[in-house]
Design a protein around this ligand. Structure first.
Ligand code: CO8
Length: 257
């Protein structure tokens, strides 16, 4: 697929997806969403990629779903809308996803970040779900993922009032993993992604599955799943290598096997 609304590149074992619709502040139209999902799937199918960074511009990670594209749609058309299907694919990506957010992360932009495993924010970032100002509610997981991330009272405040959180507020609330000065965002994202990608890939898959289970199952079921996955990893060469390297006081060299 040739991309027109995103830029894609690779640095070592890290895949980069940069949202690139500057004139619409990276608003998520069908084409952009399809391209993001396709690029993420391509990276996910590549054993040489151990982490994927999704980022935008200095001014906007993404200012939400494209309002001009959806404003005239009917309820049935929205139900059948392709962005929902594309995001279904995106949320099944096994490779760790890192959102590097600068500027606006609003509506679907905030929800896209929430679909990622780690959210790194520039100190200029702002996060909000202003959908009620448009006569709708969040539609890409905002009422569900945000509530799990920051709790019901804060999520309800953001959603019902439309109030945005600054990067610092978002970090205190637990919406973002880390905040860095804007000028350091790309470097910090790169460092985090390289660290994640340096781990054993099948172990990173397992960690991501277990983290996902924590959001989708009860505690007992989640703990049983974690214990089962933990034990199963002892069949990997990388587990033997990781523990041998510790005992031999040297860095581990993982083969992703
Ligand atoms: N959709 C389409 N165009 C947009 C969007 C958007 N979400 N956001 C900004 N733009 C466009 C503007 O229309 C403008 O275009 P033009 O120059 O042609 O008029 C350009 O980007 C620059 O924007 P502004 O002039 O408004 O820039 P400001 O700096 O004045 O304001 C803001 C920046 C505050 C970010 C403002 O643009 C804004 O409020 N944007 C809308 C934010 C919003 O409401 N987002 C939520 C959208 S709804 C949503 O995300 C639902 C998710 C679930 C959907 C499920 C789909 C299947």
């Amino acid at each position: 697929m040739t991309y027109e609304t995103i830029r894609v590149s690779t640095t070592g074992r890290v895949g980069w997806i940069t949202l690139d619709r500057p004139r619409a502040l990276n608003a998520l139209n069908s084409q952009l969403v399809t391209e993001v999902a396709d690029a993420a799937e391509q990276f996910d199918a590549d054993e040489g990629i151990g982490a994927i960074v999704i980022t935008g511009s200095e001014r906007a990670f993404a200012a939400g779903a494209d309002i001009s594209e959806m404003s005239g749609k009917t309820s049935v058309e929205m139900t059948l809308s392709s962005p929902f299907a594309a995001f279904e694919h995106f949320t099944r990506v096994r490779t760790p996803l890192i959102a590097a957010v600068s500027g606006y992360a609003l509506g679907g932009g905030c929800e896209l970040a929430l679909m990622c495993d780690i959210i790194l924010a520039a100190d200029t970032a702002s996060f909000g779900l202003p959908e009620l100002t448009l006569g709708v509610i969040p539609g890409l997981g905002g009422t569900q993922r945000l509530t799990r991330a920051i709790g019901l009272p804060k999520a309800a405040d953001m959603i019902l009032t439309g109030r945005s959180l600054s990067a610092d507020e978002a970090e205190r609330a637990g919406l973002v993993s880390r905040v860095v000065p804007a000028a350091e965002l790309e470097g910090a994202a790169s460092t985090i992604a390289e660290t994640v990608a340096s781990r054993s890939l099948p172990v990173a898959y397992a960690a991501k599955e277990a983290l996902r289970a924590s959001q989708e199952s009860g505690l007992g079921e989640g703990l049983r799943f974690e214990r089962h996955v933990f034990a199963s990893l002892f069949s990997l060469d990388d587990q033997k290598e990781g523990m041998a390297a510790f005992l031999e006081k040297r860095p581990a060299v993982f083969q992703h096997r």
